[in-house]
Design a protein around this ligand. Structure first.
Ligand code: LLP
Length: 444
């Protein structure tokens, strides 16, 4: 099994205090020490999936793993990925700056996005970002202009929409024709010709696509490779070019609940490399951009249980239990109807008799009825003060977190070999007002 096929971090065990521990750290003690809500990242799990990827693709010589930092971009996480030999797919100056300040060789960074601003493109050129994935005609012209002003050349890939519809939530599909991203295949000749004839400060190196996220069907990746390989050789033949780089994007799924069966990274590697050898004469350099499958399983979120209420629905009792976080630290259930698994850190499932489990709905603390973290989950009886551990929250939780209801964002700790280190400080009330200004006429 590869790490993305587990619900829990690989170090999760029940310790001799009958608590769940991760990375050798007792989750109840972490909650006491750092407060809740608390994001916890298990370093062994994170390094484990990185090695799964490297191992799975080891026979394909010319490959570069780029972590899609949108999934979770903090300086310590970047340092770990850098140590594991990953480059970085970035989509904003904030991500580029985080990676830069974390001492990454910027030639290993790719800048991606459908509406990069002039300021962001300037920063990326100034910091020598290795590749730009050019998304549209407007950006190609803008990037060429800025590169010319600076007297530099930008190495680019063309972001293509290969026309693949994969089975995932419609908001996170990206490769289908009706998408805001990239050039569709009918526009490739036009952009290639403009680049060759006019945009002397752009070096076209290859193509890039990303077909979606939380994908379980490997066939979609094989189809994508086929389309990209054929497109590269068509462009090369038609224009006498020598494009030899192909970025396949990310998208491999993870296991949020027992119903999810994401594929093994090894099987993903087999599908990609087989399609590559089947359709390609000159085997190109491949970039992969996994985000979720790299960071999701290593992360859990701890919450403290507070109030609860029961409602009588035509004789059926529904129990709501509220925790001290919710849609601001994890917007995925309310945005995508995402489902999660959870356990009570101080009453692990394996130590509680089956007949003591109850169906509960875990509600958040935000002022919105839709702020439900988990709808109807079977858990041992929950009481105020219990520590709830929600699994698989490493990806797209902190990175999509907000200050809704003016609530401070949680802290994040990294656990490894019984040691815990705070890698993101908890926001303070003063942090919350630190960007506010009161015009002098309103001051008191
Ligand atoms: N490359 C590109 C160009 C992307 O747009 C994405 C994700 C990735 C790579 C990484 O995909 P991954 O391996 O993480 O599936 N907020 C949503 C997910 C949005 C993904 C956007 N693009 C969620 O919480 O499910």
């Amino acid at each position: 099994m590869s790490v993305n096929q587990y619900i829990k971090p690989i170090t999760a065990v029940v310790n001799n205090k009958e608590h769940i521990s991760i990375g050798g750290c007792d989750l109840v003690e972490l909650a006491q020490k750092y407060g809740t809500p608390l994001y916890v990242i298990d370093e062994a799990t994170l390094r484990g999936i990185c090695r799964d990827y490297q191992e799975a693709f080891k026979n394909y010589k010319n490959i570069k793993m780029m972590y899609a930092s949108k999934a979770l971009c903090t300086s310590a996480v970047v340092r770990i990925l850098d140590e594991e030999g990953f480059g970085f797919d970035t989509v904003s100056s904030g991500e580029i700056y985080t990676v830069y300040k974390s001492c990454v060789d910027m030639s290993k960074v790719l800048f991606n996005g459908n509406n990069k601003t002039r300021k962001e493109l300037e920063l990326a050129l100034d910091l020598n970002v290795g590749r730009f994935s050019v998304d549209n005609f407007y950006e190609a012209e803008l990037l060429n202009t800025i590169a010319k002003e600076k007297g530099v050349n930008a190495d680019i890939l063309l972001r293509l929409t290969p026309g693949i519809e994969c089975h995932t939530h419609e908001y996170i599909q990206t490769g289908q024709i009706d998408s805001k991203f990239g050039f569709d295949l009918t526009q490739v000749d036009k952009i290639t010709e403009i680049i060759i004839k006019e945009y002397k400060n752009l070096n076209l190196k290859g193509v890039h696509a990303h077909i979606g996220s939380q994908i379980f069907e490997l066939k979609s990746f094989g189809d994508e490779v086929e389309i990209l390989v054929k497109e590269i050789s068509r462009i090369n033949q038609k224009y006498g070019l020598n494009l030899d780089e192909m970025n396949i994007g990310g998208g491999l799924g993870v296991k949020y609940t027992e119903n999810d069966c994401p594929p093994n990274v090894k099987d993903l590697a087999d599908v990609i490399t087989e399609a590559m050898h089947k359709y390609s004469v000159n085997i190109p350099k491949i970039y992969l951009e996994p985000g979720r499958s790299i960071i999701s399983t290593s992360g859990v979120t701890l919450y403290t249980v507070g109030s609860s209420k029961e409602v009588n629905l035509d004789g059926k009792i529904k129990r709501y239990v509220a925790v001290d976080g919710g849609m601001a630290d994890n917007p995925r259930p309310s945005m995508y109807q995402a489902q999660y698994s959870a356990e009570i850190a101080n009453k692990p499932d394996s130590l509680v008799k089956n007949d003591l489990f109850q169906k509960v709905t875990i509600a958040g603390r935000y002022c919105e009825s839709g702020d439900i973290l988990i709808n109807e989950i079977e858990l041992p009886h929950l009481e105020a003060g219990d520590i709830l551990c929600v699994y698989n929250t490493g990806a797209y939780n902190y990175s999509m977190a907000s200050n809704y209801n003016r609530v401070e964002k949680p802290a994040m700790v990294l656990v490894n070999s019984s040691q815990s280190d705070m890698i993101v400080n908890r926001e303070s009330l003063d942090d919350l007002i630190s960007h506010d200004n009161i015009p002098s006429r309103l001051r008191k």
